[in-house]
Write a protein that binds this ligand. Sequence first.
Ligand code: FAD
Length: 383
Amino acid sequence: MNFDLSDEQKAWKKSVHDFVGKVVKPKAREVDETYEFNWDAVRKGGPLGLLGLSIPEAYGGSNVDMISSSIAMEELGWGCGSTALAFTAHNGLGTAPIALYGSEELKSKWLPLLADGKHKLGALALTEPGAGSDIQGGVITKAEKQGNEWVINGAKMWCTNAGIAEYIITLVRTDPRGGSKSLSMILVPTDSKGLKVGPPEKKMGLHGSPTHAVTYDNVRVPLGNLVGPEGRGLQQTLSTLDAGRISIGAISVGLAQAAMEAAVDYARQRKAFGQAIAEFQAIQFKLSNMAMEIELARTMIYKAAWLKDEGRPYNKEAAIAKLYATEMAERVCYDAIQIHGGFGYSSEYHVERMYRDARLMTIGEGTSEIQRLVIARHVLASE
Ligand SMILES: Cc1cc2nc3c(=O)[nH]c(=O)nc-3n(C[C@H](O)[C@H](O)[C@H](O)COP(=O)(O)OP(=O)(O)OC[C@H]3O[C@@H](n4cnc5c(N)ncnc54)[C@H](O)[C@@H]3O)c2cc1C
């Protein structure tokens, strides 16, 4: 493995960093306070390729390698957790399953719209009020064939982007007998009759990333809206989540990087006992730990992404990267608040928002507990 980025990846990092510095980071506080989504980032990010990370060039996407995709997510996370989450839900969850498993008809109809930044986004609804970690056993939203249509009934929960999406890829049970071949993915346009997107959830953080409950009341879509073969929904979901976990880890690295930079700036200018607090070894040790942990997490993200790019198995490495990076981001944001003292607890400073935004990362796309189960499965299999 080459431990340096290629010239192309370095240039990409710089262009995304510049974009985020201009269009995303300056609005992070505003989207947190107003709960307004940053549409400007979508309109301007489309031409840069940020909405087509998983979309082949033939359909208008940038289709970058996974390391470059992780770089983009880290930079977005550095700018704004909310906007980063919306972009990763769009790219990794909302468009990747179409690009990977969708029919030619679905790809040519939807992917160009999703990549250009002029339209709404994509979303994926797996979680239900009664099922999150256990989707295989718990999903009860169902789809039945009637004539040349699927008829969908059920309810989903916590769907990122649902209120700002062109469609929601919905995980449904197509075989009531259950089992690993009983789930399927179906593309449901958000203007379908019988589909209701609830109001944005009130959340601890990530206020600029709308999350919604969605209900399906006899929603009818053509049979051709099936994404991938019938009965392959579970396998497609697990594979989608493997890549998604690298992205959530990358966003966490970006959040931690931003929190460390804020802590460094503050420690340099804040005086106590006649000197800058950065002169105290206790503060320096916190900053050292931050720098060390961020670097370790970033390296692990790149390793998992590189394995994916090489076409090699990366299930364990994606779980390690997500687990370490997301829990690391919480530690770093916690210490960044500590370094700010009382001001760290105030919304006048950015670190409290970063702490709130980071908190979701150990839950979404597989909780820390589920990552530990995945890792343990590999460890025990090799002993
Ligand atoms: C802001 C936000 C955005 C989200 N976006 C999306 C989205 O776009 N699409 C989507 O489908 N979902 C989304 N989710 C849902 C998210 O993926 C789930 O919340 C997550 O997978 C956990 O599921 P759950 O909430 O049902 O918790 P549960 O599965 O009920 O888990 C509750 C607790 O039990 C633990 N647990 C469960 N099973 C085990 C086990 N076998 N061993 C040990 N511990 C276990 C969990 O780790 C957790 O601590 C989002 C959630 C949030 C909060």
